[in-house]
Design a protein around this ligand. Structure first.
Ligand SMILES: [Mn+2]
Length: 350
């Protein structure tokens, strides 16, 4: 992350963003590299909003895009290769990030256009200098929740669908995926209000859930079964450790794309507060995924896996982090075991 001198704050409300959208004749919408559901939903929603008010709008994504999200991109006015646009739009919209490093190959294209750039985002960190106009609301569960306010300010109908899809569906994809399908602590009353509006506008949530969440290949369950067979509970059952060797991955016929969520499996155990999955993709490199449960009540202690991952030169968030450790799997596992055994004194924070 670049060292921003000014705090990352918004300077515009939904009405100001709506007015700026209305003044545009051509727009380019971008988001962070490796876009997740909120990023893809936000890009699609912004494109549809701009088209609805008569602007020419395109999106550029920097891949890879998760397999489960790819069907939503088919036939849409966007490219997935992160190439810089040939024409110069009079509006640039950055959604779901305000961080230069996350824009990846598009950063150098966006940088000289800050005066005509708008950010709509819900993250806490970023560089305010990226955009002249910013709607930034960390209290929103998803960027699409912020965009819903812009839709309202524009007076657009949520449900009206073209062959490309509806604004409501694009907004719902971000809202559902960033809240773990309305399970995470960020799924508050405002999120359920927004979701109810989107459902009334015609969103088919069962179809979307199936399309986004139930897309695994058989290799996924073979790897889950292997991982569970390796499960060790440490620190009086507070920590879970699982591993998959290169041979496990080969035998299952799977790869990195089949592993998402496996690290969370031990969280169903009441006593488990943190979980680590170690996998070998490249010889001599062990990928470590760390997860922890949120505190049971505000201020209660929890395991800070960002700190744990930093011991392996990794990092991320307090409840989800990653690292790449050099060495043989057995050696890395022994190191992780030692760290997890001392969990009580090393990694809780108020
Ligand atoms: Mn998001």
């Amino acid at each position: 992350m670049s060292a921003a001198t000014a705090p990352y704050r918004g300077n515009a409300d939904a009405a100001a963003i709506a007015a700026r959208f209305r003044s545009a004749t051509s727009a380019l919408v971008v988001t962070h590299a490796k876009p997740d559901g909120d990023a893809v939903g936000s890009v699609l929603a912004a494109i549809r909003m701009l088209e609805r008010i008569g602007a020419k709008a395109r999106g550029v994504l920097v891949g890879p895009v998760d397999f489960s999200l790819q069907p939503f991109l088919e036939g849409q006015p966007l490219s997935r290769q992160g190439e810089r646009p040939a024409t110069d739009p009079d509006l640039v919209v950055v959604v779901d990030t305000g961080s230069w490093s996350q824009l990846d190959s598009l950063a150098e294209w966006v940088r000289p256009r800050a005066d005509r750039t708008v950010i709509v985002d819900h993250h806490r960190t970023g560089d305010p200098a990226m955009a002249a106009l910013r709607l930034i609301d960390p209290a929103s569960a998803s960027t699409t929740q912020c965009l819903l306010r812009v839709v309202d300010a524009l007076g657009l109908e949520l449900g009206a669908a073209s062959s490309a899809g509806s604004i409501a569906e694009a907004l719902f994809i971000g809202l559902a995926t960033d809240t773990g399908w309305f399970r995470f602590s960020n799924a508050d009353a405002a999120v359920f209000d927004a979701a109810a509006r989107l459902l009334r506008a015609g969103v088919e949530k069962d179809r979307l859930h199936r399309q986004i969440e139930e897309t695994a290949r058989p290799a996924r369950l073979r790897l889950l079964s292997k991982a569970l067979a390796s499960l060790e509970l440490l620190a009086h059952d507070r920590a879970a450790l699982m591993s998959l060797s290169a041979e496990d991955l080969r035998a299952a016929g799977g790869g990195a794309e089949d592993l998402s969520g496996i690290v969370n499996a031990p969280m169903v155990i009441a006593s488990v507060e943190a979980s680590v999955l170690a996998t070998v993709h490249d010889p001599g490199v062990v990928k470590l995924s760390f997860r922890s449960k949120p505190p049971v009540s505000p201020g209660a202690p929890f395991v800070d896996v960002d700190r744990l991952a930093s011991r392996y030169d990794g990092g991320g968030h307090v409840h989800a982090a990653g690292a790449k450790a050099k060495g043989a799997l057995a050696d890395v596992l022994e190191r992780v075991r030692t760290d997890l055994r001392s969990l009580p004194e090393c990694s809780t924070r108020a």
